[in-house]
Design a protein around this ligand. Structure first.
Ligand code: COA
Length: 137
């Protein structure tokens, strides 16, 4: 058995089938992105964001979605690694790729898992409040 070749590249719309399947496998916590009308909205968000996908051979194992605030920092909105591929430093590789893509920008992460980013050695700066909930399910 040979080791899989791992690589990170920019997302393309033809990744959608594998990306949708990854989100669906993740279940309820990521439901806003794949369930019902959420998927069409999320496809628009993917297209207007900078997204990198990580493959092992032809299998999409994870992705990261970011937005560039035009010289005022890059914001990582989503980071997801497939359950069956966790613990292989794929999350770290995706985030490293983001930092390497914007060497002159500060990269911020919208965290739902502070211990992970602390483990990666990131420093905490500020927090997020909900001023108004959309009501969109
Ligand atoms: C969080 C997540 C992206 C981590 O992906 P991963 O590829 O398994 O993580 P890595 O292999 O890069 O982990 C790097 C290090 O962090 C550790 N780590 C992984 N998950 C961790 C967690 N939740 N808390 C603390 N440490 C964690 C790993 O053990 C590893 O340690 P090591 O360097 O000593 O080996 C993945 O678990 C995931 O997709 N979770 C669901 C979605 C999510 O929570 N996304 C992030 C918030 S938006």
């Amino acid at each position: 058995m040979t080791d899989a070749t791992t690589g990170v590249r920019r997302y393309r719309p033809d990744d959608d089938e594998q990306l949708y399947a990854l989100l669906e496998r993740e279940g309820a916590e990521w439901k806003d992105y794949w369930h019902g009308g959420g998927w069409a909205r999320y496809q628009r968000a993917l297209t207007s964001s900078v997204v990198f996908v990580l493959f092992e051979d032809d299998e999409l194992c994870g992705y990261v979605r970011c937005r560039d605030d035009d010289g005022f920092g890059v914001y990582v909105h989503d980071l997801l690694v497939d359950r069956s591929h966790r613990g292989k430093h794929h999350g770290r590789a995706l985030l490293d790729h983001v930092c390497e893509h914007w060497p002159d920008e500060t990269v911020y992460v919208m965290s739902d898992v502070d211990p992970y980013y602390e483990k990666l050695g990131y420093s905490k700066e500020g927090s997020i409040f909900v001023a108004h909930a959309s009501g969109v399910a």
